[in-house]
Design a protein around this ligand. Structure first.
Ligand SMILES: [Zn+2]
Length: 296
């Protein structure tokens, strides 16, 4: 009887130890979850705070989000330009935080600035850099190195595995990036319009011909003047496609393109349909295929 109890106790202890050795990462948006998950592999789990159907521009923290953040080994976010809602909560976590945009030298200014405006201003109104950094494969390659270095510092026992994961991430990204470039090559001159100004970095990376975006703030309906502008742009400049987004009801866009010689495509800035296991490179590939499909 006594023996059994000891055995049970040691089983419990080993279960507790292995649970502890599972690394836990929290990201804000799903595209960052894809990247962190590629890098972590089976060493732990990565959770995104914001559901992929919701926009990071107008999100507010739930108490359960705060708990996740406090329990995580590492938190990854873009920065105050995108996830202004997180600025205060990040102060209450002891976990290391990786901020992908806005280097540490401006950090204090941005904090003050954002606390003032947190509730009214949309990040794009700040007129700064494009906060949709996950649209740039090169930036995300650098981010993967930064994240891996941080993880190795915290979990040196897993150094080899983490390095191997990062190398695999880099080579998959390179391969898909080359394929994407080749796929889009014939369509570089063809004009298109996007719904919200989220894809600038991707479009620049592949040298594509975006003519306009309909709104900077996806939660606000574009005004009549903007819509009239878009309509005449479609008619006058031979734009071939307008991309809408799955997160927003684009009735207004459907109405302007109705009866015009133009296609309606879809681009998802938040990787709603992406399988986490398939990873970041597969998401980039899906975006590229959506573009190609509409411009063809
Ligand atoms: Zn945006």
């Amino acid at each position: 009887m006594k023996k059994l109890a000891v055995l049970l106790l040691s089983l419990c202890m080993s279960a507790a130890v292995s649970a502890q050795s599972q690394i836990s990462i929290v990201t804000t948006i799903k595209p960052l979850q894809l990247i962190a998950s590629d890098l972590l592999g089976d060493l732990g789990s990565v959770e995104a705070l914001i559901p992929a159907g919701a926009s990071p521009h107008h999100y507010s923290m739930k108490p359960s989000d705060l708990r996740k953040l406090q329990q995580a080994d590492l938190a990854i976010w873009v920065g105050p330009e995108l996830e202004g809602f997180l600025v205060k909560s990040l102060k209450s976590t002891d976990a290391p935080v990786i901020q992908l945009m806005g280097g540490s030298e401006h950090k204090e200014d941005e904090h003050e600035h954002h606390e003032e405006e947190e509730h009214e201003a949309h990040h794009h109104d700040h007129g700064g850099e494009d906060p949709h950094v996950w649209m740039d494969p090169e930036l995300m390659l650098s981010a993967s190195i930064e994240i891996t270095e941080q993880l190795i510092e915290q979990f040196p026992d897993h150094k080899l595995q983490l390095q191997r994961n990062q190398e695999r991430f880099a080579s998959q990204l390179k391969q898909i990036d080359d394929e994407n470039r080749a796929l889009l090559q014939p369509y570089k001159q063809i004009g298109f319009i996007v719904f919200h100004d989220a894809f600038g970095r991707l479009i620049e990376h592949y040298g594509l011909n975006q003519q306009a975006y309909i709104t900077v703030d996806p939660a606000r309906a574009p005004g009549a003047r903007k819509l009239a502008q878009i309509q005449s742009l479609i008619v006058d400049s031979g734009v071939k496609c307008v991309f809408i987004e799955p997160q927003f009801e684009a009735a207004v866009v459907r109405r302007i393109v109705e009866g015009l010689p133009i296609r309606l495509g879809q681009l998802d800035p938040l990787a709603m349909d992406a399988q986490v296991d398939a990873g970041y490179a597969a998401y980039l590939q899906a975006l590229t295929r959506s573009i190609e499909h509409c411009l063809r």
